[in-house]
Design a protein around this ligand. Structure first.
Ligand SMILES: NC(=[NH2+])NCCC[C@H](N)C(=O)O
Ligand SMILES: [Mn+2]
Ligand SMILES: [Mn+2]
Length: 300
């Protein structure tokens, strides 16, 4: 793992309909992310936040069932450039969201550095919708499809190339809410999914061991995209699209520790922390706790 790390905040809430997730980067910084990583001996550069423009009317559905398309496009374009530049400087990019639509920019900036970028999508959702299949018009439900080259070209072509990732290099962990169009795409593309069913049956140790083995064998870099709503909302209430019956904090910790041991990650993002819906910043604190384990914190 790189010891030089760049933190990029993306205070963007326009990929979904509940305000507040734009405060995620502040909440995560407030919960001590910099201190935690510095204590683990990383050389941290906090690059601050990507500038996000405000929409004229927040409720407006724009072309092709895509809410706030222009603003989401612009923000991800900037993010992609920053991530690309940091990787070019041999620094590990750690992106703090913001809603999950920012994965479009993270992956756009990351994937061009690898022939076979692996992606671990830790999430209650698949985020595999397009304007055609989305029940909501919310772009945060689309970033994984976008990275496969499916969707509006203002999203798929960010950073001037597409697709970013191959379906066989994706592993989804924690899924328990998938729309019909998403299920179809998973089947059609043969995407690996460890839904809550598999987590319950096999346990997290087996799920992560298989995920790591699989990606290690076929990829030359791995991006972790961790949506805090992958965790159970009873434990992590500060998220905009909670789904009951999720992963526990303990299971998630173990997953992070196993990833740390395997040393396969080349970039990461933590998204969907909404401090307005949270209970005393506990979801942001969990994000920081998980990052600690992911980046090598050990109890002994
Ligand atoms: N990143 C997220 N939290 N995504 C939630 C997506 C929910 C739903 N599947 C939709 O398309 O609207
Ligand atoms: Mn989600
Ligand atoms: Mn998500």
């Amino acid at each position: 793992m790189q010891t030089n790390m760049s933190i990029i905040g993306v205070p963007m809430d326009l990929g979904q309909s509940r305000r507040g997730v734009d405060m995620g980067p502040s909440a995560i910084r407030y919960a001590g992310v910099i201190e935690t990583l510095e204590n683990l001996n990383y050389n941290i550069a906090d690059l601050g936040d990507v500038a996000v423009s405000r929409p004229d009317s927040k409720e407006q559905i724009q072309e092709g069932n895509l809410r706030n398309l222009q603003q989401v496009h612009e923000c991800n374009k900037k993010l992609a450039e920053m991530v690309d530049e940091e990787i070019g400087k041999n620094r590990f990019p750690l992106v703090l969201g913001g809603d999950h639509s920012i994965a479009i920019g993270s992956l756009a900036g990351t994937a061009k550095h690898y022939d076979n970028l692996g992606v671990i999508w830790y999430d209650a959702h698949g985020d595999l919708n397009s304007g055609e299949t989305s029940p909501s018009g919310n772009i945060h439900g689309m970033p994984l499809a976008v990275s496969l080259g499916i969707g509006h070209e203002k999203l798929t072509n960010i950073h001037e190339y597409a697709p970013k990732v191959k379906p066989e290099n994706i592993v989804i962990v924690g899924a328990r809410s998938l729309d019909p169009g998403e299920k179809e795409l998973i089947r059609e593309k043969g995407i690996t999914v460890y839904s809550m069913h598999e987590v319950d049956r096999m346990g997290m140790p087996q799920v992560m061991a298989e995920t790591i083995d699989y990606l290690k064998a076929r990829t030359d870099g791995v991006h972790l995209s961790l949506d805090l709503d992958g965790l159970d909302p009873e434990e992590a209430p500060g998220v905009g699209t909670p789904v009951i019956g999720g992963l526990s904090y303990r299971e998630s910790h173990l997953a992070m520790e196993m990833l740390s041991e395997a040393d396969i990650l080349t970039s990461a993002e933590f998204v969907e922390v909404n401090p307005i819906l949270d209970d005393k910043n506990k979801t942001a604190a969990m994000a920081v706790g998980l990052m600690g384990s992911l980046f090598g914190e050990k109890l002994k």
